[in-house]
Design a protein around this ligand. Structure first.
Ligand code: DPP
Ligand code: ZN
Length: 844
């Protein structure tokens, strides 16, 4: 496969003035006619006329009405063109019903839909399929369906025929088309300038009852973007369509967002609190792309973080405003450490702005998205809120309508704040997680903190240079009172010393408050100091972090020498859990343990091969210890956090449910599944039902409940995904692979549906002790299924390959088993470019 390099960017030789497309829909023989007005691009030196095109059957092609001879390859075509404006017209035939890759135009349950990001438009028609080619689109859809949608506004509608016009120039990856027998949940929003926008959420008949929440989230997002960023929506219509077969979460096509049904459909009976929160965030994310992504797009795919990092940052701000900011911050950091850190510290490490790729679909990663968002958070910390919003205002005015770069982005900050961001820019160009070691000394009344930063070299970045690292810190005095409020120190050098004087007695430094930078902090604090922070830190993130660090130490003690858990920690934890002045959601997070994968990594970094079974056992022991230490509080807290009001998926109610369900899990562990069975029987919402079921399965008493659950929900695709996933998640390590395999034999298992495939195999890959069971069965099973899925859906296959990325952590036997499976997949004939690239990189 060919490698593409950022350094080799050149503009396209032609400018597209206008695009007209006509679709005559047919499952196997859809005809697409295109009429594209080109003119030579005065700024381009390379005048080759190359149009991308894949899996297209070319029926005819003309230039200015005269037939042309084209030269075709698997990737596109060229032909001679005049050195003056001209009109290209072509007709192609495509086969949406056989498009199982779910890129381009495809079918899902009888409906037509599209996915063009990143490079799917070339599977619809011949076109310069690159984000820096922006044009206005006119689209005619002919088909025997009640609903025929495309981008922009409808200009002419008759039966089986709708013409759409999108006045905003857009790159082809934002093109969308939907046709089907759909029903709309409709509403409207009046913008800040008083314009009425019609809003529709289109779903399959039967799903009407799952639309209300998504619609409210959309309106809240529209309002929030006006209030916080001054961004108003720019069409008279905004449509969202839910589709069952979709590779990603959702897609921000101009005026016609297409959503994986799991990322938009919700009802109390079928969705958990976590589902609601995720849906609210994804709706916001896609809506926010209208400005950060669509109005200002990316010059090339190396700049993906320009829109994704910023839009993730914006959706996190939104969730923090709608719900609890500390809870959102802690959840984001848990997620970053679970998904981005392993990527950044393993063979798939790449900079937030990668410099080369073979298949861009492989770079929709936690690094581009989540680390990309962290980088923007740091920038905001460094320039302050006022500086940040001034820079954003300039970004929106200066670059509206542009296909922009990270250089453009940083320039608006330099121009508005006067800061030199050349060193900061390394966050975009260097791979790897920086590690910051802090050493402390205290003499008389002076505290000295010595910071040393170091980024481990990687293939992507063999020689990392010091980065700009904002460290938010405060001090907690011996009496538990804060003696220094949060200050931000900027690290630039490899080593930097900070002195704080006039202190009365040694305070405990609370460093990296709010997780002010995406780094690993190495701080040698005693257990007593951490317990002090757990009890007194005013920064909610660091208070949680103190507890988490103590839990990690306790777990490692159990793993390595069967040590008993420190009583001071357990008492400190109990004090937090029973403190009614604290948000229940926050208290529930305090009870969470570091993941088993995280523990494996800690051991690996200490030079020891982690034993997944021992880690699993230690986690079980730790939970038993928690159950027994908190036993006098469990039932009281469970009861105190029951919700008697009608179900609402808001922060307050979901916080209570999460604390109550954390209690349920400890109670079930200590006493069996009786209370879980009661909760299951009484549940009127999925959060309560699913938590009860999970707990019953965990203690081996869930068989009947599982059968009841299946009988109740067999016709609900999204709920059945939970049923599939939960059985794998809750399996004992030795049974995980066999459980997954058994589920693949279930009549409702369908590997062509990405949600169902991920329900089973995503759960298996996340089951640390099950996936890495010494038998190697899970490795083999996953490899078998990746080989099966690759010819059908390369994108989902390649994404799932990351399950193997941590192979170097483990012992020689596991390493060999994984290497064998990776090599076996790679030896498959006609393996996709996507999967080939991922596995080759993982091999390292
Ligand atoms: N739809 C995906 C997202 O919003 C890719 N743009 O992140
Ligand atoms: Zn996005």
């Amino acid at each position: 496969p060919k490698t593409v390099y950022l350094a080799e960017y050149t503009p396209f030789g032609f400018i597209v003035e206008d695009v007209s497309l006509t679709f005559d829909l047919d499952p196997h023989k859809t005809r697409v006619k295109s009429r594209i007005a080109f003119r030579p691009n005065p700024e381009a030196t390379d005048k080759t006329f190359f149009l991308h095109g894949e899996n297209l059957d070319l029926i005819s092609a003309t230039i200015d009405g005269k037939p042309v001879n084209t030269e075709q390859t698997d990737e596109g075509l060229t032909c001679p063109v005049p050195d003056a404006p001209f009109v290209w017209e072509a007709e192609v035939e495509i086969d949406p019903a056989n498009n199982t890759a779910l890129e381009g135009l495809y079918m899902s349950n009888g409906m037509y839909c599209t996915q063009c990001e990143a490079e799917g438009f070339r599977k619809i028609t011949y076109y310069p399929d690159r984000p820096d080619v922006m044009a206005t689109f006119n689209v005619t859809v002919n088909g025997p369906h009640p609903v025929l949608l495309s981008n922009g506004n409808p200009v002419k509608t008759s039966q089986h025929h709708v013409e759409w016009h999108d006045p905003w120039p857009k790159p082809p990856y934002l093109f969308a088309l939907v046709a089907g027998d759909l029903v709309a949940h409709s509403d409207s929003f009046t913008t800040m300038s008083g314009r009425k926008v019609d809003l529709n959420l289109y779903v399959r008949p039967g799903d009407e009852g799952k639309c209300a929440f998504g619609m409210e989230a959309l309106k809240a997002s529209m309002k929030w973007d006006e209030d916080v960023y001054g961004r108003e929506y720019d069409l008279d219509l905004f449509n969202i369509v839910a589709v069952d077969d979709f590779n990603m979460g959702a897609m921000e096509n101009k005026g016609l967002n297409i959503f994986n049904s799991s990322a938009v459909l919700a009802s109390p009976e079928t969705s958990t609190d976590m589902n609601f929160e995720r849906i609210e965030a994804i709706i916001a994310h896609e809506y926010f792309h209208n400005w950060t992504g669509n109005r200002i797009t990316c010059r090339d795919w190396f700049q993906l973080c320009l829109k994704e990092g910023l839009t993730v940052f914006r959706d996190s701000q939104f969730t923090s405003d709608m719900r609890s900011a500390p809870v959102k911050r802690i959840s984001d950091v848990i997620d970053l450490r679970a998904r981005q850190f392993p990527e950044d510290q393993g063979p798939l490490a790449h900079p937030v702005r990668p410099e080369s790729f073979q298949e861009i679909n492989n770079f929709y990663t936690a690094t581009v998205y989540e680390k990309g968002a962290e980088v923007i958070g740091m920038l905001k910390t460094l320039v302050g809120d006022e500086g940040y919003y001034k820079a954003l205002d300039l970004y929106f005015t200066r670059h509206d309508g542009d296909a922009a770069t990270i250089e453009d982005w940083l320039k608006v900050f330099e121009d508005t704040t006067g800061r030199d961001l050349s060193q900061f820019k390394r966050w975009y160009s260097q791979a790897g997680t920086p590690r910051v070691k802090v050493e402390e000394s205290f003499e008389l009344d002076e505290l000295t903190l010595t910071f040393t930063q170091h980024t481990p070299p990687s293939t992507a970045t063999p020689d990392p240079q010091p980065q700009v690292i904002p460290i938010a810190l405060g001090l907690i005095g011996p009496d538990g009172k804060e003696v220094l409020e949060t200050q931000t120190v900027e690290l630039h050098e490899e080593t930097q010393i900070i002195r704080i004087t006039s202190l009365e007695g040694r305070p405990v430094p609370s460093i990296l408050r709010g997780f002010s930078a995406p780094i690993v902090l190495e701080q040698d604090l005693s257990d007593a100091d951490r317990a002090h922070l757990l009890a007194h830190d005013t920064d909610p993130f660091n208070r949680w972090e103190a507890g988490r660090t103590l839990a990690r130490k306790a777990l490692l003690g159990i793993i390595e020498n069967g040590a008993s858990v420190d009583e001071a920690y357990l008492d400190g934890l109990r004090a937090v859990i029973t403190d009614d002045s604290l948000d229940p959601a926050y208290r529930a997070l305090m009870l969470g343990l570091p993941s088993q994968s995280d523990l494996a990594n800690t051991l690996y970094e200490a030079g020891k091969a982690p034993d997944p079974a021992a880690i699993y056992d230690a986690t079980e022991t730790m939970r038993d210890v928690l159950a027994s230490h908190l036993k006098d509080d469990l039932h009281a807290l469970y009861k105190a956090n029951q919700v008697s009001e009608p179900y609402q998926p808001d922060a307050e109610q979901s916080g209570k449910r999460s604390l109550a369900n954390a209690m349920l899990s400890l109670i079930t562990r200590a006493e069996g599944a009786e209370l879980a069975a009661q909760q299951y029987a009484a549940a009127d919402n999925m959060t309560q039902q699913l938590a009860a079921l999970a707990n019953a399965i965990r203690v081996g008493q869930g068989a009947q409940m599982l059968a009841d659950f299946e009988a109740q929900w067999k016709d609900d695709r999204l709920v059945m995904d939970k049923w599939f996933g939960l059985q794998v998640m809750e399996a004992k390590p030795k049974d995980a692979a066999a459980t997954a395999e058994r589920l693949t034999e279930h009549p409702d298992f369908n590997h062509k549906n990405p949600n169902r495939f991920r329900a089973v195999f995503g759960a298996l890959a996340m089951h640390h002790a099950g996936f890495h069971h010494e038998s190697g069965d899970a490795y083999t099973l996953l490899a078998d299924w990746l080989i099966t899925l690759d010819p059908i859906n390369p994108q989902t296959t390649a994404r799932m390959c990351s399950a193997f990325q941590t192979w170097k952590r483990y012992d020689a036997d596991r390493q060999n088993k994984i290497k064998t499976e990776v090599a076996r997949i790679l030896a498959t004939r006609d393996l996709s470019r996507d999967t080939t690239e991922m596995l080759t990189r993982i091999q390292g």
